[in-house]
Every structure is written in structure tokens, then in C-alpha cells.
Design a binder for this molecule. Structure first.
Ligand code: GDP
Ligand code: MN
Length: 375
């Protein structure tokens, strides 16, 4: 998930990277900051090139700020409507640089990228003006890596830039980021190094809780998928009929494939991931069941549960599943397959449940597929 500039800059400030003082407004009627000497008004949309598209206006006084706000609010920037504006102090730019940390898929490591030609789209900067240095993730960032990155550029503020790079690395690793880009990173006329823009991509499975994901445009996850993340579960929602609910991604995918191969569409694949679904005590099981019940909100036609445990105890999972789905199984076809540790005991626990239980994988899949075709 991509962050807005102001969200990224908040992280920068938390990690000690200098950014201009700013205010975010979410309506053109919001109180504007008093800036008699002017400021910069910037549309907050999840696309680059706002400057070129007219989405950044530099103002010389309060009146100009007011006019810029009226002009920019609701403006369409490459198909993204601006519902939020960032109003910042002006910076006195002496030089503009480019800096980023990205996951280098070719080298399978995070890499640092720097160019002394900042401010413009990095794709249009000639390759020989860009330096890239890989970071060995086991070593983390080392001074020699930064020296190598910067040595061929003639910079007055190397120490300041090196300091930003170290802080950015800490942010990148702490928050498990996929991309951290500062373009432009500037040197001010006073010799200060400052981030004038931010582009951050977070891993969808590791979104920082401080981010209000409901307000984020362009997120690719559904509400249900996001809801399951804090429990450690990984869900993929679709628009078919059968939910595959399973322990572990491999089992989940294999089960889903078998259902799909029989011509039935999936409503969701839910992998319990790191969720602890089989606690030993009734209180824990009832609590875990409340979390499992979330899948009922998807209104599936059939639920196929496949629990294949090595270490976990399937009989304890069986108790949880009964608390979660015994009631629902009176109206929706639900099948549970148990394999691995204590699976005979699990079958005992399921006795008397309206959930159809089996230790046989093919039987479970065939049953679910038949019910889905009937429904
Ligand atoms: P982007 O076009 O979406 O990447 O938006 P940026 O935040 O990078 O802003 C575009 C350009 O506006 C920058 O490269 C700067 O040249 C300019 N700009 C932004 N803020 C300021 C500022 O405070 N002072 C000055 N002089 N220029 C600014
Ligand atoms: Mn930029």
C-alpha cells in the first residue's frame, strides 16, 4: 500500500529526518495556517509528477495560499482527485537530489539509490548519473556502503546526506517497507539537508497501525482481507461460492486448487497463518472461535475446512471449530477435514456436530464441490 506524502513525512520526522513544517487540510473550509511569508500548497494524491501536473503551488502570502487551496481542492491529477492538501513552509532550495531504498528483485536484497539530479522523474535521469549500492541484509547498513554510494558525486553536504540515509534505513527496516523514496532530497541555502517529498510503499501484510487504511485511496485489499491481518490470518477474497479455510498457506492453496479444478468458484481462501486457533482451554477456544466466525460474514454457499497439523493438536482445533461453526452448519454445508496430530481424537470431538467431518481429503473436497453445485 502506498502512503500519501504527508504520512511518509510524519515517519521521516519521527526518525529524525528533517521535513518542512506542515498542516494537512481535508476540506477547503478548514482553517488555514497563518503564513504571512507564504508557503507551498501540495495536493495529496497517490501519484507522482504532481508538480508538472500543476498540483503543487508555491505562494508568497496568505492570500495566495487561500487561492491555491480553492484551486487545488478537488483537482484531478492523472485520475486521482485531491481530497487532502498539505500546506508547508517554503524551503530555500540550493540543490535537489534523489534518494531511495527499494527491494532489488534482481539481486534479492534492499538497495540504496542516489542521484545528484533530483527533483525530476528518476526514469528520465541518465543511468551514468545514478548510483546503486546493495545492502547485505545480514550486515545492515555500513558506512562503507554509503561512501560507495556517494563517492562519485561532488557534494558539499555529504555528512548530512549520510545521516539521512542511516535514518531512512532504520525506518525502512523497522516498518518493513518495500519502497522509501525522497525526491527531491534537498540541500537548503543554509546547508541543511531536508526531505521535500516522500513516497513510501508498505508491505500489505505489515501495515503500520498508525495508518488509517480506510482513508487510503487505491488500496488493493478488501475490508475482509484487512480485517483478518491483525489476527495473523491471510485472506484472499473472491466472488465465488466456497470458502477454503485452512492451516497454512500451502494446504490452503492446494485445497483451493482442487476445488477450482472441479469447476467450482471460490468465495475466499483463508490461511490461519500465525493465528493461534487451537488453544487447550475452553475459554481460549471460544475466543478463537469468535475470530473464525468472521468468515461467515462473506455469506459463502459452502465452507471447506482443511486442518493438517504437525505440531498443533487437531482435537483442540475441533473444539474451536465447533464453537465457531456448529450453529452455522445447520444452514450452510460445512465440512472439516482433519489430518496429522490427534486427528482420530478430533473425529471424536466432532461427533454430534452438524459439521461433516472426515480424515479423507478427497472425500472432503468432493463433498464441498457437490454441495456447491447443488446450491
Ligand atoms: P511530485 O512532482 O509529485 O514529485 O511533487 P514534489 O513534492 O516532488 O514537488 C515538485 C517540485 O516542487 C519539487 O521538485 C520542487 O522543485 C518544488 N517544490 C516543492 N516544495 C518546494 C518548496 O518548498 N520550495 C521550492 N522552491 N520548491 C518546492
Ligand atoms: Mn517528488
Amino acid at each position: 500500500m502506498d502512503l500519501y506524502e504527508f504520512q511518509g513525512k510524519k515517519f521521516f520526522a519521527e526518525y529524525g529526518i528533517k521535513v518542512p513544517q506542515g498542516t494537512v487540510i481535508t476540506s477547503p473550509e478548514d482553517t488555514l495556517p497563518d503564513m504571512p511569508a507564504g508557503g507551498v500548497v501540495k495536493t495529496q494524491v497517490l501519484t507522482g509528477g504532481r508538480g508538472k501536473a500543476g498540483g503543487v503551488i508555491i505562494c508568497n502570502n496568505n492570500e495566495e495560499i487561500k487561492a491555491a487551496v480553492q484551486k487545488l481542492f478537488g483537482m484531478d491529477i492523472k485520475g486521482h482527485e485531491a481530497h487532502q492538501l498539505l500546506i508547508e513552509e517554503k524551503a530555500d532550495i540550493a540543490k535537489e537530489f534523489y534518494f531511495s531504498i527499494f527491494i532489488n528483485r534482481a539481486h534479492k536484497v534492499p538497495s540504496l539509490m542516489f542521484s545528484a539530479s533530483g527533483g525530476m522523474n528518476i526514469e528520465s535521469v541518465p543511468k551514468d548519473q545514478i548510483a546503486i549500492v546493495d545492502v547485505n541484509p545480514l550486515l545492515g547498513i555500513q558506512d562503507y556502503m554509503i561512501t560507495t554510494l556517494l563517492n562519485r558525486f561532488d557534494l558539499d553536504c555529504k555528512a548530512g546526506i549520510a545521516d539521512v540515509i542511516k535514518k531512512a534505513w532504520k525506518l525502512f527496516t523497522d516498518k518493513k517497507l518495500q519502497l522509501l523514496e525522497i525526491n527531491p532530497l534537498i540541500e537548503t541555502k543554509d546547508g541543511e539537508v531536508m526531505a521535500l517529498d516522500s513516497k513510501i510503499t508498505m508491505d500489505d501484510w505489515a501495515i503500520d497501525p498508525s495508518i488509517d487504511t480506510k482513508r487510503q485511496e487505491g488500496g488493493t485489499q478488501t475490508e475482509f482481507e484487512r480485517k483478518m491481518i491483525p489476527y495473523g490470518m491471510m485472506a484472499v477474497e473472491m466472488d465465488g461460492d466456497v470458502i477454503v479455510y485452512s492451516s497454512g498457506a500451502g494446504v490452503a492453496m492446494a485445497t483451493a486448487d482442487c476445488v477450482a479444478a472441479r469447476g467450482v468458484k471460490l468465495r475466499a481462501i483463508v490461511d490461519e497463518g500465525s493465528f493461534s486457533s487451537a488453544p487447550p482451554d475452553e475459554e481460549g477456544q471460544r475466543k478463537a472461535a469468535e475470530v473464525q466466525k468472521n468468515i461467515l460474514a462473506l455469506n459463502p454457499k459452502v465452507i471447506l475446512i482443511n486442518m493438517h497439523f504437525q505440531a498443533g493438536k487437531t482435537d483442540q482445533e475441533a473444539h474451536t471449530l465447533r464453537f465457531a461453526f456448529d450453529e452455522a452448519a445447520k444452514t450452510i454445508p460445512i465440512v472439516a477435514r482433519f489430518k496429522g496430530r490427534n486427528c482420530e481424537l478430533a473425529m471424536e470431538v466432532m461427533k454430534g456436530s452438524p459439521i461433516f467431518s472426515t480424515m479423507d481429503f478427497t472425500e472432503a473436497v468432493d463433498w464441498a464441490v457437490a454441495k456447491a453445485k447443488e446450491a
